[in-house]
Design a protein around this ligand. Structure first.
Ligand SMILES: CC(C)(COP(=O)(O)OP(=O)(O)OC[C@H]1O[C@@H](n2cnc3c(N)ncnc32)[C@H](O)[C@@H]1OP(=O)(O)O)[C@@H](O)C(=O)NCCC(=O)NCCS
Length: 184
């Protein structure tokens, strides 16, 4: 499984693959911004809009691609365009296809985004996730701090109001390059 950062053009070209992942995630009941049923066409249109944001530098998107070229997972970092907020980013749309879950891919995608954020000088990450969802265990065990819960925040795919829990993390600064022992 390779984890790659996709450019805006790659996102446009790969929108159908990402749409299959998003539709699967919504069909599985996860609260990622959509109501069920989400068609592949609607999902692909949504990803093509993200391609424009990626091309403008406001969104970084990573995809996990398996040996057959199928997209098995994704995660994004959204950067605010406000001048006073350039140090932070929101982690969004962490998703792993139901057929690939439970094998460490979610944790790997999360770590990829965190390392990239630190390398890019981002000093604060934040996210929200459905209260009580499996993702909460992942974030807590990866060192994210819970900041609070908002009840009745959003509808689940099947139309039930659910709360959201906010988390934040200060990504670790990348290690400085090791000084070479050899001097010539
Ligand atoms: C959350 C999600 C990304 C996890 O992906 P994954 O590839 O299954 O995660 P991993 O295999 O890396 O597991 C990470 C941890 O979560 C735990 N976990 C994963 N799924 C779980 C579940 N259904 N119930 C309880 N714990 C679960 C794993 O046991 C693991 O913890 P451990 O290392 O202490 O054993 C995936 O379930 C998903 O896509 N969910 C739907 C979308 C979603 O809710 N995204 C978050 C939105 S903010």
């Amino acid at each position: 499984m390779k984890v790659l950062r996709w450019t805006g053009a790659e996102l446009r070209d790969g929108a159908a693959e990402l749409a299959a992942l998003l539709a699967d995630t919504v069909a599985g009941g996860a609260s990622v911004g959509f109501l069920a049923p989400l068609t592949r066409a609607e999902a692909a249109a949504w990803w093509r809009e993200r391609a424009a944001e990626a091309a403008a530098g406001r969104l970084a998107v990573w995809v996990a691609v398996d040996g057959t070229g199928r997209v098995a997972g994704t995660v994004s970092l959204a950067r605010p365009d406000k001048p006073n907020s350039r140090h932070r980013a929101e982690l969004v749309k962490l998703m792993v296809h139901r057929s690939a879950r439970g094998q460490g891919l979610g944790r790997r995608l999360l770590a990829t985004a965190e390392h990239a954020a630190a390398a890019d000088g981002i000093t604060l990450l934040h996210l929200d996730t459905e209260t009580g969802s499996p993702a909460e265990h992942l974030y807590r065990s990866a060192g994210w701090t819970e900041a609070g819960t908002i009840p009745d925040y959003a509808l689940s795919p099947d139309g039930e109001l659910r709360g959201t829990t906010l988390y934040f993390k200060r990504p670790a600064a990348p290690a400085p390059p090791r000084a070479s022992a050899a001097t010539g």
